[in-house]
Design a protein around this ligand. Sequence first.
Ligand code: FPP
Length: 253
Amino acid sequence: MSMKIPFIKNNQEDDELINLSENIPNHVAIIMDGNGRWAESRRLPRIAGHKEGVKAVMKVVRAANDANVKVLTLYAFSTENWNRPKSEIDFLMKLPKEFLHIYLPELMANNVRIETIGNFDALPAHTQKTVQYAINKTKTNDGLLLNFALNYGSRYEIMRAIKQIMNDVDGNKVSLDSLGEEEFSKYLYTNGLSDPDLLIRTSGEKRLSNFLLWQLAYSEFWFTDVLWPDMDENTFNKAIQDYQKRKRRYGGI
Ligand code: FPP
């Protein structure tokens, strides 16, 4: 097991500690849902839920790092989220700055690398600038990969891949006859990453919402009623413990 500087631990109960020598998912993907309901139940504006959600992001990063997870992909903004009120979108677009301002030093100290998937160029310039700074700053870190899905939509990603493949067929860079699943995967934003082993969705909703449709083909799913701002190490570890009990068969027996 590799030596790590442990993150500062929140209160953790013994039964929520996980056995690190047993079947840890390499890649965990999370649909962070329930910020709005968290806020509404407290008679707060929806953005208060998003603000609180930023703290939950860091709790889960710490937990994933402690669990020796290698890739953590978080659905932070979907291509459909542009349908929200402008004021909420503007707030969401400022969250990366808020997150990085507080936590980048801790992420650096723990060797975390930041990356994104999604249509990055269509994000507001200020969001691109902040996130690009963090990507550059952390690019040689070789610990946990913290992968934000920002302006991400799976159908868009697949269509984009098809268009690029058609271009490459035209340019004789790829032949349709030899194109297989592995080659196709290289045209997706997730090129180079293994598929998620475990998908977590919070807030009791049980749908994929256009997230990683290709990549989740054989992933294990875990749902919780916990609203994202209440997500913490203990709930994350419960998901890992449950995953550790699953038998993955990939269509075999
Ligand atoms: C879904 O909850 C959540 C989002 C659309 C935004 C998720 C963003 C964060 C958790 C913070 C991201 C942090 C960084 C660092 C980028 P919802 O608003 O749909 O909740 P509801 O279903 O209860 O209305």
